[in-house]
Design a protein around this ligand. Structure first.
Ligand SMILES: C[S@@+](CC[C@H](N)C(=O)[O-])C[C@H]1O[C@@H](n2cnc3c(N)ncnc32)[C@H](O)[C@@H]1O
Length: 473
């Protein structure tokens, strides 16, 4: 992304230290969703650095971004960036009055916060840093108020880790800024799985669900579908952004709240456990359309095309939950037969799950609609060509969440760029999904997964199992 001339204001974004690979994709996705522009000034691979400097058209834009992001803690209007304290004082002494005056008047209250990263600074030293600031030159005339002041100024000292894991003696960067907005980190607590009415072994934690909703451009009145809906955690996040939500799952018992409970101290599920209850719990019941017991490998039941704005899902990896589909040799139940016969199920290979998912998205997404899904990988074997492709879908982002040193999963975001077309003669699709290099060609993810551990003469621990969230265990 390039800096354009219309961009005038510079901001400092302070990131939480998690899901590092998702930082830029989430930010870019929100910026696109808002239809605005951003200039990224210090894009770096340095993972320990929690700061990103960006140029945005206005403070309003920064506030809008912060009203969606799960990964940014807070945003500051950047007043100074320097390497030394001397330079910081010089910069702050020469700030243009029109930048500072609205926030420094006698009638206002303010506080100054000092924080250091990768280094502990004693409180005395922090106070000294504040006292050393050029108060007069900055025109700081307001009253100091530590609780709920009108304005909050922040001095950040960032120390790089050096070899041997010792932090540097001198800061790598010193930032000074005015707090503009806080992000949505409080939602992680508000929506946490422990307090949720209905959860399962693979319920997705709130933070990742919200990141997925952001990647999917989920907004008010959009229609969202999760074809492997489970307990509906992804729908909860999408409904938070006021989208209408629906899903499908093959597991009848789970969808009817009768599967084995996942909470270790619970013997039976409560009678009200359902996806609907989850949505009602957060005041989003009116946005819940339904969840069907259905096999997502079968697409024929959908008659209208291009109905979903977002398809968002975490398919079964076959480790914590079975990946099954209805066997294609099932004969239709004879209407004369007196007893209802459950159809036979067969293994649903991950390769087929992903191809089916992309074919489904190509057909049922609206143009510019987004598909967001997880792709599990053995990290040492993973190659970019393992990601499935479809001529109607453009890859937007591919970010890794390591689950252990050996396994991980990648969050894939695709956008529908081309209408789905069929052959005029026989009605077969003109384009279909393919996988340039099949990650699971020689063995299923389950086999690969257990093989890796056996080779190393060890058994996987609970933490290694690609569940969704440790919150749910
Ligand atoms: C990883 S879980 C999804 C968890 C979900 N995101 C949640 O928050 O609870 C995968 C789900 O896919 C379902 N599933 C497996 N095979 C399926 C199929 N052929 N069609 C639809 N759902 C299927 C499983 O029953 C399971 O609930």
């Amino acid at each position: 992304m390039s800096l354009t001339s219309s961009l005038t204001r510079r901001f400092l974004l302070h990131y939480a230290h998690e899901h590092l690979d998702f930082r830029l994709p989430e930010l870019k996705s929100i910026v696109e969703l808002l239809g605005t522009k951003i200039g990224i000034k210090n894009e770096t691979n340095e993972q320990k650095n929690p700061f990103l400097i960006v140029d945005l058209p206005s403070e309003e834009t920064a506030k809008k971004i912060l009203s969606r992001t799960m990964l940014i803690r807070s945003a500051y209007e950047l007043w100074s960036e320097s390497k030394t304290f001397e330079e910081l004082h010089q910069n702050l002494s020469n700030l243009p009055k029109d930048l500072t005056e609205p926030y420094t008047s006698e009638n206002s209250t303010f506080k100054i916060v000092v924080e250091a990263f990768n280094k502990k600074i004693p409180p005395k030293q922090k106070i000294q840093r504040i006292e050393d600031l050029p108060w007069v030159e900055m025109g700081l005339k307001g009253k100091i108020k530590l609780k709920n002041p009108d304005h909050s100024f922040h001095l950040f000292e960032y120390y790089k880790f050096e070899q041997g894991m010792h932090s540097a003696t001198e800061p790598n960067s010193i930032y000074f800024g005015r707090l503009v907005a806080e992000g949505q980190r409080d939602k992680i607590q508000h929506y946490k799985l422990q307090n949720r009415c209905f959860i399962g072994n693979t319920s997705m934690d709130a933070g990742l669900s919200f990141i997925m909703a952001n990647m999917g451009h989920t907004t008010k009145n959009k229609l969202v579908f999760d074809p492997f809906v489970g307990t509906g955690s992804l729908l909860v996040a999408c409904a938070h952004f006021d989208a209408y939500v629906m899903g499908a799952d093959l597991d009848y018992l789970l969808l009817h709240g009768r599967a084995r409970p996942s909470r270790h101290n619970q013997k039976e599920r409560d009678s009200n456990e359902s996806i609907r209850s989850n949505l009602i719990q957060y005041g989003r019941g009116h946005l819940y359309l339904d969840a069907m017991v259905a096999d997502s490998s079968k697409h024929e039941m959908w008659h209208r095309k291009e109905i979903f704005d977002v398809i968002i899902t975490d398919p079964p990896y076959g480790i914590r939950e079975p990946a099954k589909k209805i066997a294609s040799n099932n004969k239709r139940t004879n209407s004369n037969e007196r007893f209802f016969k459950l159809p036979e199920k067969t293994q649903y290979r991950l390769t087929d799950i992903f191809k089916d998912l992309l074919n489904f998205a190509a057909k049922y997404l609206t143009i510019n609609g987004r598909l967001v899904y997880w792709f599990p990988v053995c990290r040492s074997e993973y190659k970019e060509e393992n990601i499935p492709v479809h001529p109607c879908l453009k890859l937007i982002a591919n970010s890794e969440q390591p689950l252990s040193t050996r396994v991980g999963r990648r969050l894939i975001t695709m956008e529908k760029i081309k209408a789905y077309e069929v052959d005029a003669c026989d009605g077969s699709p003109l384009y279909s999904a393919s996988i340039p290099l099949d990650h699971y060609a020689d063995a299923s993810f389950r086999e690969k997964y257990f093989e890796m551990y056996m080779e190393n003469g060890m058994l996987p621990t609970n933490d290694d199992i690609p569940a969704t969230s440790l919150e749910s265990t």
